[in-house]
Ligand binder design. Sequence first.
Ligand SMILES: Cc1ncc(COP(=O)(O)O)c(C=O)c1O
Length: 409
Amino acid sequence: MKAMGPIPAQFSADEDARLKIGGWSADELIEQAGGTPLFVYDNIIAGGQVARFRAAMPDGLALHYAVKANPYGPLLRFLARHVDGFDIASAGELRMLEEAEVAGLPVSFAGPGKRDGEIELAIAANVTLNVESEGEAERALTIAGRAGRQPRIAVRVNPPFGIKGSGMKMGGLASPFGVDADRAPALVRRVIDDGAEWRGLHIFAGSQVLAADALIEAQRATVALAAEIADAAGAAPPELNLGGGFGIPYFPGEQPLDVEAVGAALAETLGGAPDVLAETRFAIELGRWLVGEAGVYLARIIDRKESGGRTFLVTDGGLHHMLAASGNFGQLLRRNYPVAIAGRFGCEPDEQVTVTGCLCTPLDLLADDVSLPHAEPGDIMAIFCAGAYGLTASPQAFLGQPPAREVLV
Ligand SMILES: Cc1ncc(COP(=O)(O)O)c(C=O)c1O
């Protein structure tokens, strides 16, 4: 038997042991949506995360939502009422914001390989370009000059440190993301001297961090680095985007991030920030921590079979919608996401099963050798922690399977 990750504490069952999501049972949600596979996002959970962030963090710290985590339109519309800005990674994400009619909030655009057309669209939409290199900055200045516009530019810095224990290290390495810190002051000067509106610095050192002390240390180092760059450039940054990196527990043994400890330490760090940052507005950008636990992926069991002494539950879902749960989205070692039988939520397990998707590849494993209450074809499998890097981070076109449905409740 292999363990699975922790089911987020916000989920519970009704008196018939049916999993409730936003007050609805899985069957009700599936009927309303028209079938499975179905992603359900619970706005009370996402809203609760925003409230927890606000309560824990120092006053005035801006919260930006990283659209890449989940660009589902109704979710963007919901979050637009609660966050202070959006971070996008492409012109496609800018279009998604426009389609969701939430482009009124400040938007920043980070990511390597911005094409000229994307830069042009971003400048026209007053989006802050977090430039990733000197070359990209030059292209942005030229494009803005041609259009007769003053571009908003922040310099993304590749910090000389990463975050210890982060699921994805994005600092302390040679990197396509941001300019190396020692070259940042010159780039800041170049942007200012060209007449661009310099918006400040963006320093993103890692993602999926569960250790508060590692995050605290990285935030301290980020503030110190920003001050050094500002001093060397002779210019105070209007904004410092401290990145994010807040993680959620997906796997056995993982503990939630102590956000309150991070907030208390950040208040101290910002309170003691060097003078050059006295007028700076600070921001944190989060994706996964805001919406990851709000999402549940529901798939119907199509077949139950025995092979080699093992029981397989084969569902109509799979890695084409939920690649990360299969272990193929950057994990070194495959471990089990939290899963449950939606109609027997909280019931004692009475068998060991392996849950697969419907794709013709052994990679399509949703839960390997886990203990669950008995289930038959027709029952619904719930895969938790599916709100971030789920559907849009999966190879949806693979093997011609039907698309997943999505709903916000
Ligand atoms: C620049 C940037 N901002 C924000 C995020 C969102 O990270 P997370 O969803 O882990 O909060 C990422 C993720 O890689 C990123 O690269």
